[in-house]
Design a protein around this ligand. Sequence first.
Ligand SMILES: [Zn+2]
Length: 262
Amino acid sequence: MPIHAPRMSTMQIVPLSAFRDNYIWAMTAHGQCVIVDPGEAEPVLRFLLQHDLRLAAILITHRHNDHIGGVADLLEAWPVPVFGPALIALVTNPVKANDCIDLPGIDARASVMEVPGHTEEHIAFCCGEHLFCGDTLFAGGCGRLLGSSTAAELHASLQRIATLPESTQIYCAHEYTLGNLRFAQAVEPENEALKTRIAHCNALRASGLPTLPSRLGDELATNPFLRTEEPDIRNAAERHAGAPLGSPAAVFAALRAWKDTF
Ligand SMILES: [Zn+2]
């Protein structure tokens, strides 16, 4: 890899690997870079140096350390605005639902969605057709319930994401796709779109490539947590729970609990 690659002129979105299976997303344009959820600083600093980029801003989706752990070190090198939920101490520019923010340096805007569930303060950034959704919606799955939020709240958050255009690209923060799709297949073994997706994602991982971003339309066709109104999914969830489930939110809660022990 050359020390100074050519400057990028139109916006590109690049995954930076962190820890075992995190992705830090980097939006770059005009020699500037906006970073989403830097759990560690070193992969970001290396990327900036390799591509001769200036850090222009940091976006934070939620409070977990694998999403914010690198912020303090990055701010020492680059004192830039940090956009995120108000309760996170390192956030300099608190944002809330429906805020629209100009992303410094890269000539792009993002709107903010509140998507509680994985944690109660969790937000997502929608930048055109690119959705940075942290640990809320994963490719083939969804985040665990780790805060004080309820399954009904996480279900509602996913339902809101599901109303975005099907062409929306989902930039979640972990490479959990193959494990999620194994669970999806246990829930819905006859889903042909799911079989095709598993083959495709297996091929990507075998080539060392990320399975992300994913397309919302593919999530709607294969992700059980977005398909709680499908009769086959309801039947599978009821079989596993051993009881009738009254609403799509109850189906969602049963699926989430099933996946926790899968
Ligand atoms: Zn998290």
